[in-house]
Design a protein around this ligand. Structure first.
Ligand SMILES: *Cc1c(COP(=O)(O)O)cnc(C)c1O
Length: 473
C-alpha cells in the first residue's frame, strides 16, 4: 500500500492561486502598469503551469505559494530581462580600435546629434528646398565629397561590400574584369573578390602572380570584352619581399588609351594623413582620382570614422550608371546613416579639429605617456578593491587599428593587467567584467586579463565601473 500524501493532488490544485487573484494583487497590478497585462499574464501562466506539473509529479506546491514576494521577484527579473537592450554600450578595451564585433567606429557628438534630429523630425531627404522639387538622397553628401576628394559625383550604399557589388554589377556585368592575382582578397565571411564577381555577373580575368604583376600582364589581357581593370587594396594582409604591383597612374593611362574603366576598392580609404599617429598612410580616394581611377569605393565606418556605409566616388557618367541600377535601390542608405555621414564629413572640412572631434582619431592621438598616467591612477585606486584575490599591473602593449586595416602596424599603448592570486579565478573575473552594467571587454592573454587603455572613453566613468566590479567580488 502507498502511504497517503498529507495533501491530495486535488487539494493542492485547489490551493493554487487563480490567475485572476494574482493579477488583482497590488504588486502584480503595478507590474502590469509597467509591462502590460499580456506580458505579466504570460509570465504568470508559465509559473502556474510549472506549479501544476510539480503537483502532478511531486505532489507538492512550489515555494512561492507560501511566499508571494518570491514570485514577484521572479517576474521582475524575467520581465526586465525581456525588455533590456542587447545593443547597449560596452567598454572596448580589447586593443583593437575598429572592432567589427563591437560596432567599429564610434561616432562624433555632431553625428549623434544629427541622427537624433532626423529621427525626431521630418527632413528633406529627397527634396530640394531651394527649388521646391524632388531631389536625390545622396545629394546630402555629394557636395562635401566633391570638396574633399575632387570627385565629380558620388553614390552611397549600405557598406563597402555593397559598393563593390554595385560597381561591378552596373559597370561590368556580362563582360571581363582584369584583376592581379596578388589582389584576390577575402575580406571575411563570404566576401571574396572572385565570388563577388560571379555574383555581379562579370568574368574575372586573373593576371600576374601572387607576388608580382606587371603593366604588360594587364595590357596583354585586354580584349574587346574587357569592361574594366580593378585594383583591390590589400588592406588586411601584406606581401613583402620580391614584389611588384602596377601603380594606378600607369593603369589609368592604359585604361584611357584602351577605352576601359579603372575601378578601385580601397577598403578603408582614409581622407586624412594618418602618419601623424604613427600609422601608415593609406592611399586616399583623392590621390586615386588624380591618378586617373574612374571609380573608387571605400568604407564609411573604418578609418573615415563614420557610420556603416560604402562610398563610391568618381566620374559622373559612371556614377549615373550606378544610381540608375536596380541594386542601388536595394542597397541605399537611410536618413540616419546619411545624417551621420554628412556630419562626419563636415569635420574633414576643418582637419585641425579631427583629433578632438572624431572619437577614433582622438583614440589614435593619445600618447603612451598619457595612457601610462591614466593607468597609474586606475591601478592605485583599484588595487585595494581587488586584493587579495587579484593583482593589477601596468604593462606596455600595442593597439591595433582593426577591421582589417593596417594589420602590421601597432600603436604603443598601456594595459591594465589583472592576474589571479590566492582564491581568484581569471575566467570568473572575465565573466564578472562582461556582466557589468556597462560590460568591460578586455583580452585574455598569458594568464592575464588585459585592458588596453587606449580604448577608454572616460577615465572617471571607467574607474567607477571597475570600482563597483571590485567591490562586488
Ligand atoms: C573592409 C573591406 C571591404 C568591405 O567593407 P565593409 O564596409 O566592411 O563592407 C571591402 N574591400 C576591402 C579591400 C576592405 O578592406
Amino acid at each position: 500500500m502507498m502511504t497517503q500524501a498529507p495533501d491530495t493532488p486535488q487539494a493542492l490544485y485547489r490551493a493554487l492561486p487563480s490567475m485572476d487573484s494574482l493579477l488583482a494583487k497590488p504588486s502584480f497590478a503595478q507590474l502590469q502598469q509597467t509591462y502590460g497585462k499580456a506580458a505579466v499574464k504570460a509570465a504568470l501562466d508559465g509559473h502556474l503551469h510549472a506549479a501544476r506539473t510539480l503537483i502532478s509529479q511531486e505532489h507538492r506546491l512550489p515555494n512561492w505559494c507560501s511566499d508571494p514576494a518570491q514570485l514577484h521577484g521572479c517576474l521582475v527579473d524575467q520581465l526586465s530581462r525581456d525588455y533590456c537592450h542587447s545593443l547597449k554600450p560596452v567598454w572596448n578595451l580589447t586593443g583593437t580600435i575598429l572592432h567589427t564585433n563591437l560596432g567599429r567606429a564610434q561616432q562624433s557628438e555632431a553625428a549623434i546629434k544629427a541622427v537624433s534630429s532626423v529621427m525626431r523630425y521630418p527632413t528633406p531627404l529627397e527634396f530640394e528646398l531651394a527649388a521646391g522639387e524632388r531631389g536625390h538622397r545622396d545629394n546630402a553628401i555629394s557636395g562635401l565629397i566633391h570638396r574633399l576628394t575632387g570627385a565629380e559625383a558620388c553614390c552611397v550604399v549600405n557598406n563597402n561590400a555593397a559598393a563593390v557589388l554595385l560597381m561591378l554589377s552596373a559597370v561590368t556585368a556580362g563582360k571581363e574584369v582584369i584583376v592581379s592575382r596578388g589582389e584576390l582578397v577575402e575580406i571575411g565571411g563570404a566576401f571574396r573578390i572572385p565570388d563577388i564577381m560571379r555574383q555581379a555577373g562579370c568574368t574575372l580575368v586573373e593576371v600576374g602572380s601572387t607576388n608580382r604583376t606587371h603593366l604588360k600582364d594587364y595590357e596583354q589581357a585586354i580584349t574587346e570584352n574587357t569592361a574594366a581593370i580593378m585594383k583591390v587594396h590589400t588592406s588586411n594582409y601584406h606581401i613583402s619581399g620580391f614584389t611588384a604591383a602596377v601603380e594606378e597612374a600607369k593603369l589609368g593611362e592604359l585604361c584611357r588609351e584602351r577605352g576601359i574603366a579603372l575601378i578601385s576598392d580601397l577598403g578603408s580609404g582614409s581622407l586624412t594623413d594618418l602618419r601623424r599617429f604613427g600609422l601608415k598612410q593609406e592611399p586616399t580616394p583623392q590621390a586615386m582620382l588624380l591618378d586617373g581611377v574612374d571609380l573608387v569605393s571605400f568604407s564609411g565606418d573604418k578609418l573615415l570614422g563614420g557610420p556603416q556605409s560604402g562610398l563610391i566616388v568618381g566620374k559622373q557618367s559612371l556614377i549615373n550608371q550606378l544610381q540608375s541600377h536596380p541594386l542601388k535601390r536595394a542597397l541605399r542608405c537611410d536618413k540616419l546613416i546619411l545624417a551621420a555621414l554628412e556630419a562626419t564629413l563636415i569635420h574633414y572640412l576643418t582637419p585641425e579639429t579631427l583629433d578632438t572631434e572624431l572619437p577614433i582619431m582622438a583614440k589614435f592621438a593619445r600618447s603612451q605617456d598619457t595612457l601610462r598616467q591614466i593607468g597609474q591612477r586606475l591601478q592605485q585606486a583599484l588595487i585595494p578593491l581587488f586584493q587579495p584575490a587579484y593583482g593589477i599591473e601596468l604593462q606596455d602593449c600595442q593597439t591595433q587599428v582593426g577591421s582589417g586595416s593596417q594589420p602590421d602596424t601597432f600603436l604603443p599603448s598601456v594595459a591594465l593587467c589583472f592576474t589571479a592570486l590566492k582564491g581568484g579565478s581569471l575566467s570568473l573575473l572575465e565573466q564578472h567584467f562582461k556582466q557589468a552594467e556597462r560590460p568591460v571587454i578586455g583580452r585574455m592573454s598569458n594568464d592575464q586579463l588585459r585592458l588596453d587603455l587606449r580604448g577608454i572613453d572616460n577615465e572617471a566613468e571607467l574607474l567607477a565601473e571597475l570600482s563597483t566590479l571590485g567591490v562586488q567580488l
